[in-house]
Structures are given as structure tokens and as C-alpha cells.
Design a protein around this ligand. Structure first.
Ligand code: NAD
Length: 417
């Protein structure tokens, strides 16, 4: 099954559980617009190369399109369609006034100079200028892109239209109307989800044991805020392996070690395990699979002991493994709910930009926390409602139904179906 087919299957399942009509699935399963642009660039090496850029604008029933731009050597248009579909679901579930989109260019950013990347970013915006805009389509970074690239893009767009338009891209550097909370928004949002689930199912977060797989942007901040909230982070991993200490890790030290030496295994204390997957099997209350997709599968799910799994990464649990976890009584907080902190923060940045207004860091974080908590509460309530039917529904099912419900009502009200 391709990634796109998996995503469409999920949408179909959501439509069936929610009892939505077939015509709704027909519309919500297809992008509204796909734009392909050519980006000719003379690279620093002297080689003339024509890059191909995509923008998939999937659904605009709830508002302007919103979604990241991915630079990856294996990117395909089909993947971009799948990712744009996920963004439609994620934005809707988060209660944001956005539809979904995704864009990208098939390239390896590690093989290009900063000058080349700047030329490519500017060429991408120039090619797409007529379909972008602060009220039309608002991209952000994704895998392989970063805030500097958003700065080049917002600058290029502003030059084209003749005035500063900060709200057309989000996750910009703070000096160009970004917000400092963006740096940790995804991991912070995951920590809020973990804490709220612990409050619901385990009587609170204080002293609860946590393991985090993947110690990058999402995993580090997930661990950092959970430790600040009173949890005991006993294991973290990256591709070098897992570091484990049942008495609790010093998370700030682990972050420092990881970011200065590149490996968590250089953490000076605890047990070192060469297998990065070992972090998935530690006896903990909460597990954050925050690295990448397809980590908890039918092959290894038997070894997972956590009661609550908060998916910081996209797609870390396969559908079959999730069913096994449900049978064991474990609950998975699905990716498009758990890791929405980044896009919710992007929304807050956009609101600031549209009004040229600035919230301070504390105020912004409080707004982000409130939205994340409320999304979790709504989804959990729906989960309980679905489960009361006696059938084996998951939190992902509840999230899907809620997300599709909003899109469906917007489409109905607009008269699209
Ligand atoms: P990142 O590159 O900053 O960090 C990834 C980390 O995972 C690295 O430490 C890497 O060593 C580790 N890793 C990779 N494979 C591993 C494995 N098999 N076992 C253990 N560790 C492994 O990436 P990120 O931005 O933190 O993204 C991680 C995941 O979160 C991705 O699925 C991404 O799509 C998702 N996500 C990120 C954001 C965000 O704002 N950063 C938002 C939404 C979703």
C-alpha cells in the first residue's frame, strides 16, 4: 500500500465511523489544486539545474490553505498529496481557520550551498506567487526546510507584491515577525498532551516514568517540558542508541550533550544501550515515539509496556500495532492531534502578523497550551462516546471523526455538497 492509499483508507474509515455520505468522501479525498513549477538555477558548482517544485492545495472549506514545504531527495507528488490531506485533517482537528496544503521540491538540501538554497527558495516563491498569500495559502517549514528559508521566501514574496507581508509564511525567525515559542512548540504541545492524558488515566503526571524515542526538536522539548511538569524521564534515544537511568535522567544535561556532541550516548551517567529501539521497550507510563514513522509495528508491539503513547512523530505506530496496543489497554494519542503544537503556533504567529501585533513569549505559550489542552479534551470525550458503543474504537478514530465533522459542516454550509 502506498502512503497516499494508507491516508485515503484512514479518511474512508473516518467517513464510515462518522456516517458521512459518499459524496463527502469524494470531495475530501481529492486535492482542490496542484501547482507544479520549474525553478531554473545556476548552482555554485556552475551546473545549470532545473528543479521541480510542487504545491498541493488540498481543501479550503475551513479557510486559507496551510501546510509545510518539504525539501527531500525522495519526495514525490503523490507523497505531497498524502501530506496535504493529513494537513487538512490536522488543521481541522486543531480548530484552526485553515484548510490543508503541502509543498516541496525533490532535492537534498545537504548537498547544496546556502546560496543555492536561497536561489531555489526564491525561485519556488516566484513560481507560485499567484497561488500564495496571507489569505490564500500560508506555507511553513517541514522536513529539510527551516526558518532561514522562510525568511528568504517571505522576502521574495514581499518584493514581488511591493510591501512587507509577514503573514504569508510562518515559523520565521523572530526578527522577521516570527515568535520565539515556535522553536519548542511541537515538543511543548506533546508534553501538554502527555500531562493531560496522565491526569485522565494515571492520577497525574508527578513522578510518572517517561521514555522518548528520537532526541531532536520534538523529542528534546517533549522531554524537557515533561521533566519541568514533574515527570521522571528515564530513557531517551537517537540513532546512536538509548540512554537509560531508572532513577531519572537530567534532561537539560542530556540535551546539552546531544546538541554539542551529536549523540545521546555521550550522556555521562546511566546505562548505554546500542539499540535506538530499546527506548520503545522500557517499562514506563508514557512513551513518546518522536523520531520517525513505522517504529511500533506488529513485530515489536509485544515489547511495548507504556500505558500512554503520545505520537510526536508522524506515523510512528502502524494501524495493526495500534489495535494490539488497544487490546492491552494502552491508549495512543494520534500524531495529528499530539504533534499539532507547531501548526497551532503557526496560527498564532499568523494572527500576530495580520495585525502587526506582538504577544510576548509567556502569553503566546499560554494560548498554545490552552488550545492544545482543549483539543485533547474534546477528542478524549469523543473517544469515550465512541467506546460506549462497545466497539473497539481508538483515539485516532475519535480524532478523525471530529476533524471530518468540521470539514463536512463547512462544506455543507458553503453548499459544496
Ligand atoms: P529531528 O531531525 O530534529 O529529530 C529526529 C531525531 O530522531 C534525531 O535525534 C534522530 O537521531 C532520531 N532518530 C531517527 N531515527 C531514530 C530511531 N530509529 N530511533 C531513535 N532515534 C531516531 O526531527 P523533528 O523535527 O524532531 O521531527 C521528528 C518527527 O516529528 C518527524 O516524524 C516529524 O515529521 C515530526 N514532527 C515534527 C514537527 C516539528 O515542529 N519539528 C512538527 C510535527 C511533526
Amino acid at each position: 500500500m502506498s502512503f497516499l492509499n494508507n491516508v485515503l483508507d484512514t479518511v474512508k474509515r473516518g467517513c464510515e465511523i462518522g456516517g458521512f455520505p459518499e459524496e463527502f468522501y469524494e470531495v475530501v479525498s481529492k486535492p482542490e489544486r496542484i501547482v507544479i513549477v520549474k525553478i531554473p538555477v545556476k548552482l555554485s558548482s556552475g551546473k545549470f539545474t532545473v528543479f521541480q517544485g510542487y504545491r498541493v492545495q488540498h481543501n479550503s472549506a475551513l479557510g486559507p490553505y496551510k501546510g509545510g514545504i518539504r525539501f527531500h531527495p525522495d519526495l514525490t507528488l503523490e507523497d505531497d498529496i498524502a501530506l496535504a490531506t493529513i494537513m487538512t485533517l490536522k488543521n481541522s482537528l486543531a480548530g484552526l481557520p485553515y484548510g490543508g496544503a503541502k509543498g516541496g521540491i525533490k532535492l537534498n538540501p545537504k548537498e547544496l550551498t546556502q546560496k543555492d538554497l536561497e536561489a531555489i527558495c526564491r525561485g519556488y516563491v516566484s513560481g507560485l506567487r499567484v497561488v500564495l498569500g496571507e489569505y490564500v495559502d500560508i506555507p511553513a517549514p517541514d522536513v529539510g526546510t527551516n526558518s532561514q528559508m522562510m525568511a528568504w521566501m517571505v522576502d521574495e514574496y514581499s518584493k514581488i507584491v511591493g510591501h512587507n507581508v509577514p503573514g504569508v509564511f510562518t515559523a520565521k525567525p523572530p526578527i522577521l515577525h516570527g515568535n520565539p515559542v515556535r522553536e519548542y512548540a511541537t515538543g511543548f504541545g506533546c508534553a501538554v498532551m502527555s500531562r493531560e492524558m496522565a491526569n485522565k488515566l494515571l492520577g497525574g503526571i508527578e513522578g510518572k516514568k517517561v521514555s522518548i524515542q528520537g532526541f531532536g526538536n520534538t523529542g528534546q522539548w517533549h522531554a524537557y517540558y515533561l521533566s519541568k511538569m514533574g515527570a521522571k524521564v528515564v530513557a531517551v534515544s537517537d540513532t546512536s542508541g538509548t540512554v537509560y537511568d531508572p532513577s531519572g535522567l537530567d534532561v537539560e544535561l542530556a540535551i546539552k550533550v546531544k546538541n554539542t556532541t551529536g549523540k545521546v550516548l555521550n550522556y555521562p551517567k546511566g546505562e548505554k544501550i546500542a539499540d535506538p529501539q530499546a527506548s520503545l521497550y522500557v517499562d514506563v507510563d508514557i512513551l513518546g515515539p518522536d523520531a520517525m514513522e513505522n517504529q511500533i509495528t506488529v513485530e515489536n508491539v509485544g515489547k511495548v509496556k507504556a500505558k500512554i503513547i503520545v505520537e510526536g512523530a508522524n506515523g510512528p505506530t502502524t494501524p495493526a500495532a495500534e489495535m494490539e496496543l488497544a487490546k492491552k489497554g494502552a491508549v495512543v494519542v494520534p500524531d495529528f492531534l499530539a504533534n499539532a503544537g507547531g501548526v497551532v503556533m503557526s496560527y498564532l504567529e499568523w494572527v500576530e502578523n495580520l495585525q502587526w501585533y506582538i504577544w510576548d513569549e509567556e502569553e503566546t505559550r499560554a494560548k498554545l497550551e490552552k488550545i492544545m489542552k482543549s483539543n485533547l479534551d474534546r477528542t478524549y470525550k469523543k473517544f469515550e462516546e465512541l467506546r460506549s458503543s462497545g466497539r473497539a474504537y481508538t483515539m485516532r478514530d475519535a480524532a478523525l471523526v471530529l476533524s471530518l465533522e468540521r470539514i463536512y459542516h463547512a462544506m455543507r454550509t458553503r453548499g459544496w455538497i
